[in-house]
Design a protein around this ligand. Structure first.
Ligand SMILES: CC(C)(COP(=O)(O)OP(=O)(O)OC[C@H]1O[C@@H](n2cnc3c(N)ncnc32)[C@H](O)[C@@H]1OP(=O)(O)O)[C@@H](O)C(=O)NCCC(=O)NCCS
Length: 190
């Protein structure tokens, strides 16, 4: 995966191992249409792993919510075709949201099978960590199905610890961002 060019903040143009060019950039309202269209191409299992339940379609309301993050507490990146938003197909979405506890944020990520296994998941997760750190948050967490080996392996390799959620079948992975843990993670998440 190779990065090129000078681009606006949070924008990166990458060439994946299979030669495909992708633009990493903040999500835009224009992505709602391509997101809904692309949803139908996902495997049911990918959807379940991301949303933790089965969904047949991404409703216009959900697409609207996803593509208009509240800048005070949310941030979302896409990996899209290097075309104007609205025209570009979107292959991955990674988002993070600060909830009721202002010291922590929850992440969620989906890298579609067309471009999975080429380092994008790790790259996007590192960007979410960077955002969380920039907001001076204490921790970043995500809820993952217990059999979701790829996500659990990725999280573990980035220093996330597993915790119980109280919900059978669901594991919470938590990355501490403060103090010593922050120093330790900084090099890994650069
Ligand atoms: C989990 C997911 C985000 C990984 O994205 P990806 O782009 O394929 O991941 P990467 O290529 O960056 O690989 C990163 C690490 O993930 C793990 N991983 C990826 N694919 C894997 C697989 N098929 N089996 C086991 N581990 C795997 C490995 O630890 C890998 O590190 P390595 O390459 O050093 O071995 C992606 O598979 C996905 O979106 N899954 C469906 C949705 C989901 O599970 N979301 C998470 C819950 S919010």
């Amino acid at each position: 995966m190779a990065a090129r060019n000078r681009l606006p903040p949070w924008h990166e143009q990458l060439r994946l191992a299979n030669g495909r060019e992708v633009l990493i950039r903040p999500i835009r309202p224009e992505d709602a249409g391509p997101l809904r269209a692309g949803f139908g191409l996902l495997h049911p299992e990918e959807i379940r792993q991301r949303f933790l339940y089965t969904m047949k379609e991404l409703t216009p309301e959900m697409a609207e919510r996803l593509t208009r993050p509240d800048p005070r507490r949310e941030f979302a990146l896409v990996a899209a075709e290097p075309l104007p938003p609205g025209e570009a197909l979107v292959g991955a979405v990674a988002r993070v949201a600060i909830g009721d506890d202002p010291r922590e944020a929850e992440f969620a990520i989906l890298v579609s099978h067309y471009i999975a296994g080429m380092g994008l998941g790790r790259h996007l997760m590192r960007r979410l960590v960077r955002w969380a750190r920039g907001r001076k948050l204490e921790r970043l967490y995500g809820d993952v199905l217990e059999h979701n080996q790829p996500m659990l392996a990725l999280a573990e390799s980035m220093g996330f610890r597993r915790m119980h959620t109280g919900t059978p079948g669901l594991v919470r992975v938590v990355l501490e961002l403060g103090g010593e843990a922050q120093e330790r993670n900084r090099s890994e998440a650069a």
